[in-house]
Design a protein around this ligand. Structure first.
Ligand code: ARG
Length: 302
């Protein structure tokens, strides 16, 4: 059941399904920070940071993240383009599952020119591209995250992504979707304040959501699975983490959060990603998941 019968026919056609890319190992897409900078202000973190990132420091931090991620997954690279300083935050360009890529329609014109390069990359790599309408902004993994088992989509609205896009995006996989309302402009994307983890836990910053949204979150995650972070941790963008199997890569928390996560069975690497905080992003924003959620979340066999 879908609002888009034409594309749904394509998705459910066995010959197309067979030819869509599938990854047996956790796989991500990254885009190097050749042209990374803060050239405009489209989130509160960028204010006061205009042209402040050091490209050398950004490259060193990005390389470190790339190396860490390569130890636990395959990493594909997308070519950076001049005049697109936010292209390094590739996670917001699409949401991917089962070889289908729902490509973003960015809310701000400053990022819209990134879309064509992503669309082309996905087409060349054999993905089925699910278009999203310009009128209803959608910002990929920034605002849409699957639960650990990949059968439920959480999607946010209130700042960037339009609520009207949620059902359309979820229709790409015929998945149920729950809409959450973001109310704090500092946490302008869902992936800045909400991170479903492979062990069924949820790391989140409660004050970023309105009351009805919190009720939905608490109904889905029992209290022993919810890990609420403090405001200090949230503003260090700890929720913007990469989780592959039991591994977690996150920016420096400045607290004992890594120890708390280790006690729950995760292996945590804290990296300095301070140059990217100036642009409003951290680890997760710098890597787009290409492998299915179940493959990405599976614990290593040995
Ligand atoms: N400057 C980028 C933007 O505002 C940063 C994106 C980082 N997003 C995030 N969810 N961490 O679009």
């Amino acid at each position: 059941i879908t609002s888009n019968p034409v594309i749904s026919t394509v998705v459910s056609s066995p010959s197309h399904l067979a030819s869509l890319p599938h990854f047996d190992r956790p796989t991500y897409l990254m885009c190097p920070p050749q042209f990374y900078d803060v050239n405009y202000v489209i989130n509160p973190w960028m204010a006061g940071n205009l042209h402040r990132p050091s490209r050398d420091a950004a490259f060193a931090q990005w390389n470190n993240l790339h190396q860490h991620l390569q130890r636990i997954s395959d990493v594909r690279l997308l070519q950076a383009r001049p005049n697109l300083p936010d292209m390094v935050f590739v996670a917001h360009s699409a949401l991917v599952q089962h070889g289908v890529a729902a490509v973003s329609s960015f809310a701000h014109p400053q990022r819209q020119a990134e879309e064509q390069y992503l669309r082309r990359w996905f087409q060349t790599a054999g993905f089925l591209v699910w278009e999203t309408p310009r009128e209803t902004a959608f910002e990929g993994e920034g605002d849409a995250l699957f639960n650990a088992t990949g059968d439920h989509l959480w999607a946010a609205h209130g700042v960037r992504t339009c609520r009207q896009s949620h059902r359309h995006v979820a229709d790409a996989w015929h998945t149920p979707v729950t809409s959450l309302h973001l109310v704090d402009p500092r946490f302008y994307h869902l992936d800045t304040c909400f991170a479903p983890l492979s062990g069924g836990h949820l790391l989140y910053f409660p004050a970023a959501f309105d009351g009805p949204s919190l009720a939905k979150i608490e109904a889905a995650y029992p209290v022993d699975k919810r890990i609420a972070v403090t405001e200090t941790e949230a503003t260090h963008f700890v929720c913007n983490l990469i989780n592959t199997g039991k591994n977690i890569i996150m920016g420096t928390a400045g607290t004992d959060l890594a120890t708390r996560l280790t006690k729950l069975g995760y292996e945590v690497a804290e990296l300095d990603l301070s140059e990217f905080l100036r642009g409003g992003g951290s680890a997760k924003a710098l890597a787009l998941r290409l492998s299915d959620t179940t493959v990405t979340n599976a614990l290593p066999i040995s």
